[in-house]
Write a protein that binds this ligand. Structure first.
Ligand code: CA
Length: 227
């Protein structure tokens, strides 16, 4: 399996190349958008990992150009930007996945494997689903048991994070940095309040309960254990 990473930040590029090479992939690394674009147009890759913010041409332009040229290679965006607009734009252009920096290598690897399994027959991932809870990323709609639920922008972002990382315990500090773009050292009250509101909307009147509190650790969204 051959991957192309397009990343101008030297440390991140080197780290990804090393990690993915050690995992057994063949990895090309381009440090500029133009180099990346050239490689992506001329070589055959199984997956592209594209940074959005590049000094010459950005990740979106690269993706747009590839899709216009009929190249359907799966693309995962790597981005420090976490706004709704960016994400929707990426999905509209035909990105297959998004990973927000900073991320754990284990998560990147899991997503890479998922994308490679899905291959090129992939339909854009625009809906997340856990049990009867559905989140439509394009229409910004949430339904539980087919009932429409109104969420604020922050609640939506929080729910999206929890659903994308289903089964993973998310510490408050991570939630703070990903949803509020802030570092909370002590005051995690904001998060607890937001979780309480979200719970009241998506969990209270429904079964099974999906949002779990892990005391002293954080929050997790998952189906309850069968046992
Ligand atoms: Ca960059």
């Amino acid at each position: 399996m051959k991957l192309l990473i397009v990343e101008d930040e030297k440390k991140i590029g080197d780290y990804l190349r090393q990690g993915l090479t050690e995992t057994g992939f063949i990895v090309d690394l381009a440090r500029s958008g133009l180099d990346g674009h050239h490689l992506a147009m001329t070589e055959n890759y199984d997956l592209l990992i594209l940074d959005v913010m590049l000094p010459d041409i950005d990740g979106w332009k690269i993706l747009k150009s590839l899709r216009e040229a009929g190249r359907n290679v799966p693309v995962m965006f790597l981005t420090a930007r976490d706004s709704v607009e960016d994400r929707v734009k990426g999905l509209e252009l035909g990105a297959d996945d998004y990973l927000v920096k900073p991320f754990a290598f284990s998560e990147l690897l899991a997503r890479v494997r998922t994308l490679l399994r899905r291959g090129t027959a992939l339909v854009n991932e625009t809906t997340l689903q856990v049990a009867n809870l559905e989140l439509d990323l394009m229409r910004r709609r949430v339904t539980r048991a087919e009932q429409h639920i109104h969420l604020t922008a922050k609640e939506f972002a929080l729910l999206e994070l929890l659903m994308r990382r289903q089964g993973e315990v998310l510490p408050r500090s991570l939630i703070a940095s990903q949803v509020w773009d802030m570092n909370f050292d002590s005051d995690t009250n904001v998060i607890d309040v937001a979780i309480r509101r979200l719970r009241a909307k998506i969990d209270e009147d429904f079964e099974p309960k999906l949002i779990h509190t892990l005391r002293g650790m954080g929050y997790m969204l998952d189906l309850p254990d069968e046992a």
